[in-house]
Design a protein around this ligand. Structure first.
Ligand SMILES: [Zn+2]
Length: 202
């Protein structure tokens, strides 16, 4: 499939960066990038591998439901269990890339603010695509679960086009953007913001 090799390389490189940050411990976390619009096709990291050691082949092409499509070099590879939520996020938001990391600050924030985490008047909000002043940003929180259709419904209920992130309680963070670079920059800035929130507001 066109662009798959390039996508695999990019996903491996990005995964290694997140693993080095300690945001993809064990085999946790997963990344995806959009390959095609209609029908929607995403390249997503393969399930169960150390995200610091992926190669360009450790990638699976999935549809909007996160199911591996037959027409690809390695249809036997298993996509991440969370690929279904990647597909839903990409379809609803139009994102070109979705990042899912098991990072601590959003999980701690969701414990304290289970109805959504509010952020305002912080310079780093600019890196998340919002204003540094007088712009109340609420990061939605949804309960954890293993059924990606249920999680997808919860995501869609909470979705706002100007807020490209979702916290899954007691689990981790999803952030998306036009491409992997924008998604990473947003994820890095949001992690800073959420760490400020949990450590700064006592
Ligand atoms: Zn996860």
């Amino acid at each position: 499939m066109e662009g798959l090799r390039e996508a695999g390389r990019a996903l491996a490189a990005e995964s290694a960066r997140y693993a080095a940050l300690g945001w993809m411990r064990g085999t946790s976390g997963n990344l995806s990038v959009r390959l095609r619009d209609e029908p929607l096709r995403l390249a997503v990291t393969t399930s169960g591998l150390d995200k610091g050691e992926l190669s360009e082949d450790d990638v699976v092409v999935v549809d909007a439901d996160g199911v591996a499509v037959p027409d690809q070099p390695h249809p036997e590879k298993v996509p991440s269990a969370e690929a279904g939520l990647h597909g839903r996020i990409a379809a609803v938001s139009g994102a070109g890339a979705v990042v899912h990391v098991h990072v601590m600050a959003p999980v701690l924030a969701a414990e304290r603010w289970p109805d959504g985490v509010e952020l305002i008047d912080l310079e780093m909000l600019k890196g998340f695509g919002r204003a540094a002043h007088d712009d109340l940003v609420t990061i939605p929180v949804v309960p954890n679960g293993q059924d990606m259709r249920v999680l997808g419904e919860e995501f869609e209920k909470s979705f706002r086009a100007d807020t490209p992130a979702l916290i899954v309680a007691r689990h981790g963070l999803y952030v998306w953007g036009a491409d992997l670079l924008q998604a990473r920059h947003r994820a890095e800035c949001l992690e800073w913001l959420l760490r400020f929130k949990v450590e700064g507001e006592r």
